[in-house]
Structures are given as C-alpha cells and as structure tokens.
Design a protein around this ligand. Structure first.
Ligand SMILES: *[C@@H]1O[C@H](CO)[C@@H](O)[C@H](O)[C@H]1NC(C)=O
Ligand SMILES: *[C@@H]1O[C@H](CO)[C@@H](O)[C@H](O)[C@H]1NC(C)=O
Ligand SMILES: *[C@@H]1O[C@H](CO)[C@@H](O)[C@H](O)[C@H]1NC(C)=O
Ligand SMILES: CC(=O)N[C@H]1CO[C@H](CO)[C@@H](O)[C@@H]1O
Length: 767
C-alpha cells in the first residue's frame, strides 16, 4: 500500500484519513517533549488481563468494600474482609476455589442503625475492618456490625491444604475500642502479645477517638487509653498505621508506634492546620496509681514532616499522612518507614512520599518537650527541670528496681506526663525532602507498599503507589551525588477499569505478586512484566527496572543467584551503550514509507514512541545531497503526541522525514517517510489525466499509485460534502477542540475517547 503504509498507521491526505480514523485524531495532543515523571509503561486494565499479568476476584453481587487484607506467605492464603463477608483465597490464584463466610450484622442493629439516621444502605452492614493473626490456628477479626462493632476469631486449624475456616460465633465480644463504628472511618489496630493496640473512635458519631490497649483473650475488661477530651493528647485524630517496634534488646523497652494526623494545637489558633504525628507508648505501660489510672503514662508524640525545602524557609508542606509502610530490614530495631502524604489545600494539591529512619524518630522523642504555660500562652520549647525517670521511658526492673511498673512512677513524672505529650523537634525525612512527588495531577496517592530488590548494581526499593483513581504507580528512586534523587516511574497500571480509590494493598515477595483492593474488587498483579519493555537489549536496559535484565535473547526476570550468564542491566544509569554490544543489530530496521500530500492541504506523519519517557525529534532532508536538519520552531509544523501535522503543505516540503526517539543520549530512528507533494493543478486536472502519468515529485510514480490517490481523493471529497466543511477547516476544528479539552483536563483520556479505540492505542502489542 503506497499511501497508508504497510501497517495503516502512516496518514497522508490528512483530512480524509483523519476522518476515517477519527478516534485517532482525538488522541492527538500537543507534545511537550518528555514530561519528567511519566511512566515508561502505561498499561490498561485490559492489557494486564490479556498478558495474564493480573487477575481480578469479583464478588460484587454479594459483597463490596474489600478493606481488610491479611496475607499468610507460609501457608499461601489471603484472608479478605469485606461487607458482611470474609473470603479465604489462595494467594497464588485468587479465583481458584474461593471460600467465604457470611457474617452479617444483627437485624436489630441494622434497624437501630437506620433509625439513627444512617440512611445509606451500605453503612448499616457489618464491614469487616480488622484481621490480625492471633495464634497458629486462629485469626482475630472485627467488623463494624452496623455501628455496633464486634470481634471474634476465625479458626483456620492446622491443615494447610484445606484450612478449617470457621467463625467462632460463641466467642463474639464487643469491638468497642478495637474497631470503628463507621465503615468509612480511618483507623489502625495491631495485635501483639495477646493485646490489641488500636487508634479508633468509640462512639456512633466518630468524634471521641483514642488510642486503646485491650486484652483480647480471657474475660478481662481491662484497658488503657489516652485521656478523653483533652486537645493536647489527641485533637480530632485520624489514625493511619501502627507497628510494634523493639527499641533495644530489652523486652521491657518494647514500644508500639502510632501514625496519625490531627488538628495541630501548636499551630496558629485561628489557622486550623492538620499535622501528621507519630506517637508511641510502652507495651508494659500499666497506667498510673493515684492519677492517670487506666491512662497511658508513657504516651508521647512528635510531628512528622514531609516537605520540600524552599527559599528562606518557605517550605512546601505535605501535611496529611495517607498511608505508612514499614519496610523490614535485617535489624529489627531499625526498619525503614515509607509515608505517603497529601496536600489538598485550595492553593496547592499534590502527593509526596517521604522516608524516615527509626533513628530520627527516636532522636525527636529523646529531644526537648513542648510546653504551654496556660490558655493564653503559645507553645514553646520546655527549658525547665525534667523529672526522673525521664517521661516516656519504659519501666524496667533490671534498669531501675524502684520502678518496676508505671504505677511506681513518682508523682512528678505522672503530673509532667499529664501536660507534656508533645515533643518540640519534628522528625524530618531522609535527605530532608520527599523521594517522590506528584503535583498538579488529577489524582492523589493513597497507599504504599515497598519491595526491596537486589539488582546488578545494588539494592533498590521499588514503591507501589495506589491512587484514588484505581491505578498503581511502580516507582524507583535513585540517589544522585548531590543529595537529590532521580525518580523513575517504571509502570502505571490501571488495576480497576472504573476510577475507584485503591483501599488496600499487600505484597507477596515469595510469589512476586501484589494484591490490590477497592470498593468493588480485589486484584492480583505480577510485580514485573519484563518482556513488555521491548524486544531488544537497548529497550530492556533503558527501562531501568531492577526486576528485569537482558539475558541475550529477551528482557526477562533478573535473579542475583543466576549462574554466570551474561545478564545486562544498568538501573543506575540505564546506558545501553555500556550494556548492549549488539546495539545496531538489535534494533528493528525502520522501513521507509511513501506519503503523498496535496499542496496547501494538511498532512500528518505519525510517530509514536514505545515509551513515554522517550522524547522525539524530527529530521528532514529535502535533497539526497543535503544534510538533514531538525524540524523545529516552524509554525506550519505542529508537533503532536502521536506525530507531526504539516499545515498548508508547500512544494518545498517534499523530502525524507525521520522521527528519532531519544532517551538518555541514546537515539534511534523509529519512523521514516518519503513525502511527495502533489501540486494543486495536478489535482484539478486529475480525472482527465488519470492513468496517464504519475503526479508528484519528478512524476516518476506508477499509474496504479496515482489511481489510488485519485480514489482516496474522491472519498475525501464525498466526506467533506457530508460535513460541509473544507478539509483543513475540519482538521483544524478537531485540533483546536482537542487542544481545548487538553487544557481543561490533562489526563482524563478515557472519558472522552472511545474506549475501544483507546484500548487499541494502549495495547502494548500495538507498539
Ligand atoms: C494467558 O493464559 C492463557 C491460558 O492460560 C493462554 O492461553 C494465553 O496464551 C496466555 N497469554 C499470554 C499473553 O501469556
Ligand atoms: C486459577 O484458577 C482458576 C479456577 O480454578 C483456573 O481456571 C485458572 O486457570 C487458574 N489460573 C492459573 C493462572 O492457574
Ligand atoms: C488459639 O486461640 C484460640 C482462641 O482463643 C484457642 O481456642 C486455640 O486453642 C488457640 N490455639 C493454639 C494453638 O494456641
Ligand atoms: C483547505 C484546502 O486548501 N483544501 C484544499 C485541498 O486540496 C483540494 C484539491 O486541490 C482543494 O480543492 C482544497 O481546497
């Protein structure tokens, strides 16, 4: 085919073909070279499914709101808590014989819930919110019970192949102080040593929130909590995460850390600000004896800052914690914490990921206290005498026999603790700045899990970031010499077809799978799809995915344990020149396509790079004897995301056009066109001269090619008479419409574009 090119992708005679391939035009958008931070691979829900790279477990008719996930790597199962149901799924194949338990709220509670004004049907149900391992055979479980929280156990038994999977109805107990009343409320809970530490509200309205410790076994009603209605303890908190982290080798020093956000008491009282905090309590805190009875005597909190340093201290703050992930290291006392934060003010909206060391968190707890003299005073650094033992220290018989328990603490310690929960110094992130940021995007980041991956040139933390639009970004950050980091978005995966917030994520490093849940379903996604990066060494290398390497024949999974086979990978620099010796051979040869354009009309030359991170350059050579020159800055040549549009074609535009993909100083041609310009007078006399002599440059083209142009031209005239527009008018209208739409909303492809066509565009095999 002379005109449309062998794959039907090169478009000439723009008006005609653009009209036929109309949806394609809607995908055209003004190019902005390479936007930093765009994903190398962008895969749709369908792409993932077709590549067997994801599977979705739906049970939408029966249940929804898949909020609680508990993965057991050793036994190979995934427990899922949803509305009125608990599912037991196999972690290697979610759709393989799923089992379920129906656990609805009591009828009276549902009635009561409705009468109390909770009108939404879904709210007055039993939303399973908590799943925590209890012992070798049982899991502790709590549900909202239609605003009447309840907890009990699920028995799984000893049989790994066929777990028992029973709910212990006889062991149901109150979930107050363990689980929120509302399915929507953010909360956190962690079961450790038979006790449940929870940050949750304990009332119908969700206004009375506290940090609790309750015993889950036996009949003990004993609990410890933060003082109620005291702003400096907690002020409208929203709980995000909690972890039990040992502080020293002594068990007496074990603490539980809570991550949450709250209205900041220390910020200007007329400017209500939300701050993120980390608080901690000693596991062996038994409360006070005369005062602070059943209240924490070791509760301290610090501000957790995630900000971008600016000029003169004008930092950009991401104040609201959305999720926190604890990355375990060999040193159990020093895990690494990854936090996702958002800023959603009226001026500025965005998300950031900050990383914290335990050392910096402990340093803040060991630093000065904050102090407020009275209601009319400001919060200042406390400079007075600090009582002994230092407030916040866990009691330890071995360390100080006089203070075996918090009940033995002297009165001055207890009274100091009543008013000095807040530390003065905040915790700053590693390198004092976020490792990853997204601003001005239509979406916010909501969830994070991290996998530490061994690569040829070191270890990389791969971040999986769930958005409020059903997507997961797979990101690595590479430290640079100047304290900064380079962020690379390896993949942008649309996990759920509809733009629904990601509710929860779990990672299985053993099975190399990520589990992602939303309101409507649960998906299992492979951590890597190396073959998608391309079929040649250079493409594999440029991807810089630590999971992938070039093995000599394909881009495939990288294992450090592999025998001494030549594995080519360069995550740090992504330089194919140093890795791929077969550069020239490996790249696909680009065929030169013949294109005919009509003088004064518009022509489109398509060029779509495989990767979003590639920038594109166009070269033109008007005569074989001349050097090629770059096409830029000329008004008639409009650079679009999918190619170049030439307005008002001139005879002098004829020549050889090459589209070069460029990335990290590596450049190679991905499309070539030989453009011929048909003069207006030839067109005017076309019918008379049909078959007689070929038109165009030099007139040396075959009569059949000419016949084809003529046919297309007729079709095109017909089309124009239908729309009543001239070709260029039509083309231009579409183009401006597209431009306007782009301006209004940068990224909402799917809603405007015919989804069938969009899929064609996005499918990786179409690359
Ligand atoms: C996906 O799996 C199906 C069935 O196992 C198989 O027929 C198909 O070829 C697989 N597709 C890919 C892209 O691997
Ligand atoms: C998962 O299980 C389903 C149902 O048993 C089966 O049809 C499917 O082939 C399994 N998928 C894989 C990848 O084994
Ligand atoms: C685990 O806890 C349950 C509930 O208290 C109890 O019935 C069971 O015997 C315990 N199992 C083991 C192995 O300790
Ligand atoms: C807008 C425009 O100039 N379109 C022209 C495309 O070519 C045909 C054939 O020469 C003209 O008739 C159109 O006017």
């Amino acid at each position: 085919m002379g005109i449309a090119g062998s794959q039907g992708r090169a478009l000439s005679l723009c008006p005609f073909q653009l009209c036929v391939l109309l949806p394609l035009l809607q995908l055209l958008s003004p190019i902005s070279a390479w936007t930093p931070g765009s994903a190398r691979l962008r895969l749709s829900h369908t792409d993932l499914q077709m590549a067997n790279s994801s599977a979705v477990f739906w049970s939408s008719t029966e249940s929804s709101s898949y909020q609680a996930l508990l993965l057991d790597e050793d036994h190979g199962w995934l427990l899922v808590g949803a509305k009125d149901h608990i599912f037991l799924l196999r972690s290697d194949n979610l759709t393989d014989r799923p089992r379920k338990i129906y656990w609805p709220a009591a009828k009276e509670q549902v009635e009561h819930c409705r009468l109390a004004g909770k009108s939404m049907e879904a709210e007055c149900a039993n939303h399973v919110r908590l799943l925590q391992p209890f012992n070798k055979t049982h899991v502790y479980i709590c549900g909202t019970g239609a605003f009447h929280p309840l907890c009990t156990y699920i028995e799984l038994g000893h049989n790994v192949e066929e777990p028992a999977f029973h709910l212990l109805h006889h062991a149901v107990e109150s979930g107050r102080g363990k689980c929120p009343y509302s399915p929507m409320e953010q909360f956190t809970a962690r079961l450790t040593d038979g006790e449940l530490y929870a940050g949750t509200s304990v009332d119908f309205m969700g206004t009375n929130a506290a940090i609790f410790r309750t015993a889950v076994h036996g009949s003990s009603q004993h609990y410890i909590r933060t003082e109620a209605n005291q702003d400096h303890w907690l002020n409208e908190p929203e709980f995000i995460g909690s972890f039990s982290i040992p502080d020293t080798h002594s068990l007496d020093d074990d603490k539980v850390y809570f991550f949450f956000k709250e209205t900041a008491v220390e910020s200007n009282q007329w400017d209500k600000r939300i701050y993120t905090r980390v608080a901690r309590v000693c596991k062996n805190d038994a409360g006070g004896k005369r005062s602070l009875i059943n209240r924490w005597t070791t509760f301290l909190k610090v501000r957790l800052v995630c900000s971008v340093p600016g000029l003169e201290g004008m930092d950009t703050h991401f104040d609201e914690l959305e999720d926190i992930f604890l990355l375990e290291t060999k040193d159990t006392q020093n895990p690494i914490l990854y936090g996702v934060f958002s800023a959603s003010g009226s001026v500025f909206r965005g998300s950031a990921v900050c990383v914290y060391s335990m050392a910096s968190i402990r340093a803040a707890f060991n630093g000065p206290f904050s102090h407020k003299e009275g209601p009319d005073y400001r919060w200042v650094e406390y400079k007075g005498r600090i009582p002994y033992p230092r407030p916040g220290t866990c009691p330890s018989e071995t360390y100080d026999p006089l203070h075996k328990s918090t009940r033995d603490f002297p009165d001055d310690v207890i009274s100091f603790m009543r008013s000095h929960q807040l530390m003065w110094e905040p915790v700053l992130p590693l390198n004092r700045r976020p490792v990853f940021m997204r601003t001005g995007t239509p979406y916010l980041l909501k969830k994070v899990v991290v996998d530490r991956v061994d690569a040829e040139d070191g270890q990389y933390d791969v971040l999986y970031l769930g958005t409020d639009e059903g997507k997961v970004l797979k990101v690595i950050t590479i430290p640079k010499d100047n304290w900064e980091t380079e962020e690379i978005v390896l993949e942008e995966l649309t996990i759920f077809q509809e733009p629904t917030p990601i509710l929860n994520m779990e990672i299985s490093t053993k099975r190399q799978l990520l589990y992602v849940s939303s309101e409507s379903g649960l998906a299992q996604v492979s951590l890597h799809r190396c073959e998608f990066y391309g079929r040649v060494c250079a493409e594999c290398c440029l991807a810089r995915d630590p999971y992938c390497a070039w093995d000599g024949t394909s881009c495939s999974r990288y294992f450090t344990t592999n025998k001494r086979r030549a594995r080519r990978q360069d995550v740090k620099h992504g330089d194919p020149k140093s890795q791929c010796h077969d550069l020239g051979d490996g790249l696909e040869v680009v065929e030169e396509k013949m294109i005919y354009g009509v003088e004064t009309n518009t022509t489109f030359l398509e060029c779509v790079p495989k990767s979003q991170q590639t920038s594109v350059r166009w070269m033109v050579q008007h005569h074989p004897a001349q050097h090629g020159k770059e096409l830029k800055g000329e008004a008639r040549f409009v650079h679009l995301e999918r190619g170049i549009l030439i307005h008002q074609l001139e005879r002098g535009d004829a020549g050889l056009y090459s589209c070069l993909a460029e990335e990290l100083s590596f450049s190679h041609p991905i499309a070539r066109y030989s453009l011929h310009v048909i003069e207006q007078q030839h067109i005017a006399t076309l019918p008379a001269r049909a078959g007689e002599k070929g038109p165009g440059v030099g007139g040396k083209h075959s009569p059949s090619a000419f016949g084809q142009i003529q046919r297309h031209y007729k079709d095109y005239l017909q089309l124009m008479s239908v729309t009543g527009l001239s070709a260029d008018e039509y083309c231009e209208q579409l183009w401006f419409r597209e431009k306007r739409r782009q301006k209004m909303r940068n990224m909402k492809w799917k809603q405007v574009v015919d989804p069938r066509k969009a899929r064609v565009r996005r499918h990786p095999s179409a690359f």
